[in-house]
Ligand binder design. Structure first.
Ligand code: ZN
Length: 210
């Protein structure tokens, strides 16, 4: 039987098919979610969020969910009421992300109650805990300008103070416009920007969003 070339072809085909099923691409996720955010059901601006720390699992989510999940915006607890439903998803990646978000919101009783109802097997729990979100509070560290406006990579800012750049003749006067800034990853009080072709670090308290 195994010498039958057609039979072998089908075995090979089935194996390849199985491997592909594990690596979900965007098309699969759109079909799985009926083209809606797998957390809040919103239907615009959907992108694939690769769920850390499992490289093969992604979920399709909207821009608002992505920004808050990635700590680019403060958590909006009214928005996350959607987790009361998402936590019961049959998709482990959606469950894991819901659990992490609920943990960030757990100082609110509804989120703590929801967490009490969730159950994971050992492997899924290890995956859920692998980012350490469950050990942190819900606070989000954001880069903000001197007026408290949230800054993002690529923003244009204006200096609100003339800067003295040590060891340089750089002209960084008050009112200087700095385009396409980069946020300094581990310090919310600093950004990087180019003035007269030189990249310098600028304190966020000395600038405002342009
Ligand atoms: Zn969403």
């Amino acid at each position: 039987m195994s010498e039958n070339p057609i039979h072998n072809f089908f075995i090979t085909f089935a194996k390849i098919h199985l491997q592909q099923a594990n690596m979900k691409n965007e098309k699969d996720l759109i079909a799985r979610s009926s083209n809606s955010c797998e957390l809040c059901k919103f239907t615009s601006n959907l992108t694939v969020y690769e769920v850390p720390t499992n490289n093969e699992e992604g979920i399709l989510i909207c821009a608002k969910c992505t920004a808050q999940l990635n700590k680019k915006e403060e958590l909006d607890s009214a928005h996350w009421a959607c987790l009361n439903e998402a936590m019961w998803s049959e998709i482990p990646a959606v469950q894991v992300v819901s659990w992490r978000l609920l943990n960030r919101l757990k100082d609110q009783s509804w989120a703590a109650d929801a967490l009490d109802m969730m159950y994971f097997d050992e492997d899924t729990m290890a995956w859920a805990k692998s980012t350490g979100d469950h050990e942190n509070d819900g606070s989000v560290e954001l880069h903000k300008d001197s007026n408290g406006m949230v800054l993002q990579d690529g923003d244009t800012v204006v200096l609100t103070k003339s800067l003295d750049v040590k060891g340089s003749t750089l002209n960084a006067k008050l009112g200087t416009v700095v385009k396409n800034i980069r946020l300094v990853a581990d310090n919310t009080e600093q950004i990087e920007g180019k003035i007269e072709g030189q990249t310098i670090v600028i304190l966020t308290k000395y600038l405002r969003k342009g």
